[in-house]
Design a protein around this ligand. Structure first.
Ligand SMILES: [Zn+2]
Ligand SMILES: [Zn+2]
Length: 312
């Protein structure tokens, strides 16, 4: 089968179709999304070697949900540790992660996943929208980690695809929300969704109870530190391949909490999409056939691009 393999460089390879183990499903991938994490992997993040890609929608060919259109949670736990027993396989220390760590990913004709990881996609969600289940779930994770009250002020640093989704998800709490970015076109899209937005500015300080950093740029963290109020919380979503340098004294003096936030649950994400509570289709900039992966990655790195999808 065709697959985009990363081993110090990206290559379209012909590799054997995966064989399912007990309790797993074989899924034919239909559409997959290029995520910032995939781009970071191509810069050395996680030292990953294998088929990349973790945002997908596909059709089950063998397994419990045979014949169903599905999306899949990307963390595969050991199934027996304390975390796995609490349903937190995404924190299992022996986990593998689809297309990110110790497991081949979704930029391939076929993938395998445990039955427990896959979720049937409601009929009113298009393939294109379903690919966003993972980033929507990752956005919802913030609401599982911290309580954002309706009277609080939240800023999102980063106007890219994940910033746009996070802003929509947090807006549902009723709080005041504003997205800071530096791309006029992307900020205009937020305008259409009635989400407050502004160009990044160095001199706005101490204004927000919560600041979500998802700019994908180490400078974004500095901005988040500026924006957050004393005793506020910074929610860190960007996964940087490079180490982060910052003035830790503000964190100490202002008693700032820095909270890492990664993956979330799929079921509520599918519910938000099915109930039309958030919009994602406008985020698709272009769909490329998998054979054109080189151009697709180039396009994904462009300044004005939001989401690039691969048709497998
Ligand atoms: Zn992703
Ligand atoms: Zn485990």
């Amino acid at each position: 089968m065709k697959a985009i393999f990363y081993d110090k460089k990206l290559e379209l390879r012909d590799i054997p179709k995966p064989i399912i183990k007990k309790g797993e499903s074989l899924i034919k991938v239909l559409l997959a999304g290029i995520c910032k994490t995939d781009i970071e992997i191509t810069k050395g993040y996680m030292n990953f070697k294998g088929v990349i890609g973790h945002e997908f929608v596909g059709m089950v060919e063998e397994g419990k949900l045979k014949g169903k259109k599905v999306v899949g949670e990307i963390n595969i736990g050991c199934g027996v540790c304390d975390f796995c027993e609490k349903g937190l396989s995404r924190h299992c220390v022996n986990r593998s992660v689809l297309g990110i760590y110790k497991r081949d990913g979704a930029f391939a004709e076929y993938i395998t996943l445990p039955d427990a990881n896959i979720y049937s996609v409601p009929n009113n969600i298009s393939d294109l929208e379903a690919v966003f289940t993972e980033p929507v779930a990752a956005s919802l994770e913030i609401l599982e980690q911290i309580k954002i009250t309706p009277d609080s002020r939240t800023a999102v640093v980063g106007d890219g695809r994940i910033g746009q989704i996070i802003a929509q998800v947090i807006k549902l709490t009723g709080c005041y929300i504003k997205v800071y970015g530096n791309n006029k076109k992307k900020l205009e899209l937020l305008e259409k969704l009635n989400i407050n937005n502004d160009i990044l500015c160095e001199n706005i300080k101490n204004k927000y109870d919560f600041v979500v950093e998802c700019s994908g740029n180490p400078k974004g963290f500095e901005t988040a530190l500026n924006l957050v109020k004393p005793r506020g919380k910074i929610i860190l979503k960007s996964t940087f391949a490079a180490p982060l340098k910052f003035a830790a004294s503000k964190v100490v003096v202002d008693e700032i909490t820095i909270l890492g936030s990664r993956c979330g649950r799929f079921q509520p994400a599918l519910r938000l999409l099915a109930n039309r509570l958030i919009k994602v289709d406008y985020l698709v900039s272009k769909v490329f056939p998998v054979e054109e992966y080189v151009n697709a990655f180039k396009y994904a790195k462009k300044k004005d691009t939001l989401k690039v999808l691969l048709k497998i």
